[in-house]
Design a protein around this ligand. Structure first.
Ligand SMILES: [Zn+2]
Length: 162
């Protein structure tokens, strides 16, 4: 069952190894928040090659933590970069969940503001939900995640339909 022609997006062309598990088990982000979905095997290899990269669980719960550990363990030459690497974003972390819920509320408030007849009230509601989301993201260490990634996390983890 070695299929190297259709592999996850995290697989490096020079690395002939096959995928292990779902191809969207994790999302690996570089320091500029460019992301690639990957299986746990190639996600770990990709993460190990990145300075300032990080990993988020995708379709497999707990995958980010395993990939983060594997990346640190399998590439001794990259260990010096470990301190530059963001920790894995743990979806079981209450702070992360709280942050995603706050972001979802902000999205909902934004949508509601579009049909709010009183501009002053819409503005106040948006300012409040924006501040709440900002604070919750900061508490979870996710302040620098771009909106596209946040929307994706909220949609996949909380079932938000924009
Ligand atoms: Zn793979």
């Amino acid at each position: 069952m070695t299929n190297t022609t259709r592999r996850c997006a995290a697989a490096h062309p020079d690395d002939p190894t096959p995928c292990v598990g779902p191809h969207d088990a994790v999302l690996v982000l570089d320091r500029n928040n460019h992301g690639a979905n990957g299986c746990e095997h190639h996600g770990a290899r990709l993460l190990a090659s990145l300075v300032g990269g990080r990993v988020v669980s995708g379709s497999v719960d707990g995958a980010a933590i395993r990939v983060h550990k594997a990346a640190g363990a399998t590439e001794p030459s990259q260990r010096s970069h470990a301190e530059n690497r963001h920790p894995a974003i743990d979806m079981n972390d209450p702070l992360v969940l709280t942050a995603l819920q706050a972001v979802r509320r902000h999205f909902a408030t934004t949508r509601a503001a579009l049909s709010e007849p009183d501009p002053g009230q819409a503005e106040a509601a948006l300012a409040a939900s924006s501040r709440e989301a900002h604070d919750a993201l900061a508490a979870a260490g996710l302040s620098d995640l771009p909106n596209g990634i946040l929307l994706r996390l909220v949609a996949t983890r909380l079932g938000y339909q924009p």
